[in-house]
Design a binder for this molecule. Structure first.
Ligand SMILES: [Zn+2]
Length: 325
């Protein structure tokens, strides 16, 4: 039995996969408020695993193989080094502790977006693309890389932190402690902030209405919904946001020369309202776009389950070497 957990800043999603790698059970819990306390986090993760085993039947789920995706820097040994979105949890070896708490046969741990990339490449929007990137627009921006048909993890396991690519050295303060990171301009949270700022200048009536009438409740999804509804101010804001997104995406494609970019996160539900402006800006921002094959920019297919499914697939892989760690 394969179990995968996707641990986020607010939610923990767990799945169990069947013989054909289909989801046969699913459990959600809130991430404990004191997520920086590894004991509390492991207890909730173990609860998710136990509930999945109850769903499937204890006999069938004896000694599950468990994979975990974590939002932060996870080294190749599976140790979490740094996670600003988990209340600053750092230097935590959650895998062995989860194994001890659940009797799992093995626990493998990796970065959450790398897990999502693994799932989209095996089962979703990146199938058949041996050079692909996944970029998720959520609280921040996560990234996963497939090059030459392999999920890339880097020398230490830290590859793919695309959200902290600096695109404005004197720009907005970031949670990582630096300034001007891409995710401050092109994540779901960034679009929400832009929506609130624009509304404070008196231009956001349509998306403030969608947010229930309060500017402070505006999120990125309200802006994309207003744009889908045809509001010109919302369309203009989405175009500005899409250009910020395209700047970072073009940097990545300039370096990596991928054939397909898979975009994930809640905002992508807006479909072509968001994707078309991104494609238009990307074609302008990319180096020599008219002298190279078109790069496909497509929505993710596995939704918010991608990270958990990819973590379960990780559990099925042989352990990777751990150079130097
Ligand atoms: Zn940053």
């Amino acid at each position: 039995m394969l179990v995968g957990l996707d641990v986020g800043g607010t939610k923990i999603l767990g799945v169990a996969l069947g013989e054909n790698r289909e989801v046969i059970a699913l459990q959600r819990r809130d991430t404990p408020a004191q997520a920086g306390d590894a004991d509390a986090l492991v207890a909730t993760m173990a609860e998710v695993v136990e509930s999945l085993r109850d769903d499937i039947g204890r006999t069938a789920s004896r000694s599950p193989a468990v994979g975990v995706g974590l939002p932060g820097l996870v080294d190749r040994s599976g140790r979490l080094q740094f996670a600003p979105n988990l209340a600053g949890l750092r230097d935590a070896d959650l895998g062995p502790r989860l194994g001890a708490a659940t009797g799992a046969a093995a626990v493998r741990v990796d970065n959450d977006a790398t897990c999502a990339m693994r799932a989209e490449y095996a089962l979703g929007a990146a199938v058949g693309a041996d050079h692909a990137i996944l970029v998720t627009m959520g609280t921040g921006i996560g990234g996963g890389l497939v090059l030459d048909g392999r999920v890339m993890r880097g020398a230490w396991g830290f590859a793919g932190e695309v959200g902290h690519m600096v695109i404005d050295a004197d720009g907005i303060d970031c949670v990582c402690g630096r300034r001007g990171c891409w995710e401050q301009y092109a994540s779901g949270n960034a679009l929400g902030r832009m929506g609130r700022e624009t509304a404070e200048q008196g231009l956001g009536a349509s998306w403030v209405a969608l947010a229930g009438g309060s500017i402070t409740d505006v999120r990125g999804e309200h802006v994309t919904a207003a744009a889908t509804g045809g509001d010109p101010a919302a369309r203009a804001l989405v175009e500005r946001f899409a250009d910020w997104f395209a700047i970072g995406l073009a940097n990545l494609v300039d370096i990596l020369d991928v054939e397909r970019c898979v975009l994930g996160g809640g905002l992508v539900a807006a479909g072509d309202t968001l994707l078309e402006p991104i494609r238009s800006s990307f074609a302008i921002r990319l180096l020599a776009a008219s002298h190279r094959p078109e790069v496909a920019i497509v929505p993710a297919q596995l939704g918010d389950r991608a990270g958990a499914i990819g973590a379960a697939l990780l559990a099925a892989e042989a352990p990777a070497p751990t150079p130097g760690l």
